[in-house]
Design a protein around this ligand. Structure first.
Ligand SMILES: [Zn+2]
Length: 219
């Protein structure tokens, strides 16, 4: 097993950080949150010379999940394998969002497809690609089924729209829950340790320590 490598591709008009992670030895890879601009994601996969074996979703919002079905179909056609690349995550409590993507896309004037998840994730599950294991934390509040992927070996996490550099996820949706979001950050993310680096769904990466000290929403 080699080292964990990554590339971030901002996608959709929402500039969502689609992330490709791969093992630099085997070149086996995962794509996290392919919200759209699938052509650009495929170009980045080819540029890195990696083989995608998983698609992971942090939550069901269109800028994170809107391109997942198209990416899955394209990778299946390329590989010529009917089994294809499974979509793993989020927690099933986001199924209503994933099944509403087509309708939501119409209201934004963009063609989106609903997402059928191959494996729903739960708190305490683990997922893996290329020998790299990530533990799953259920962190609701931004959406009910939001999950975070944690790699303890590399002290690294993918937190989606839970926590940002200097900010936190929106909760002004009908299904949003500010108290639950703050509780998830306090009880699940901050205890990971100050040295943990995280990538978020929008904007620059940060560390748990920097947010513990400086994030105004966590005071
Ligand atoms: Zn979101």
């Amino acid at each position: 097993m080699g080292a964990l490598q990554g590339a971030v591709i901002p996608v959709t008009p929402f500039q969502q950080n689609c992330t490709i992670l791969w093992d630099d030895g085997s070149k086996r890879a995962v794509v996290v949150d392919p919200g759209g601009d699938v052509d650009r994601i495929l170009a980045a996969i080819d540029h890195a010379g990696v083989s995608v074996e998983r698609i992971w979703l942090t939550h069901g919002h269109l800028d994170h999940a809107g391109g997942a079905t198209e990416l899955q179909d394209t990778l299946r056609e390329r590989a010529g394998e009917p089994a294809g690349v499974p979509i793993e995550g989020p927690d099933q409590r986001d199924e209503f969002l994933l099944q509403g993507l087509e309708a939501q896309g119409r209201s934004y004037g963009i063609a989106l497809r609903n997402v059928t998840v191959d494996r729903w994730l739960h708190e305490g599950d683990s997922v893996a690609f290329g020998g790299h294991r990530f533990d799953v934390l259920h962190c609701p509040g931004h959406t009910p089924g939001h999950v975070v992927f944690v790699n303890h070996a590399a002290r690294f996490a993918l937190v989606g729209d839970v926590l940002f550099q200097g900010s936190i996820g929106r909760t002004d949706f009908p299904y949003g829950d500010h108290a639950a979001l703050i509780r998830a950050i306090a009880e699940k993310l901050l205890p990971l340790g100050d040295d943990f680096t995280f990538l978020c769904g929008h904007g620059p990466s940060s560390t748990i320590g920097a947010e513990r000290r400086g994030n105004p929403f966590l005071r």
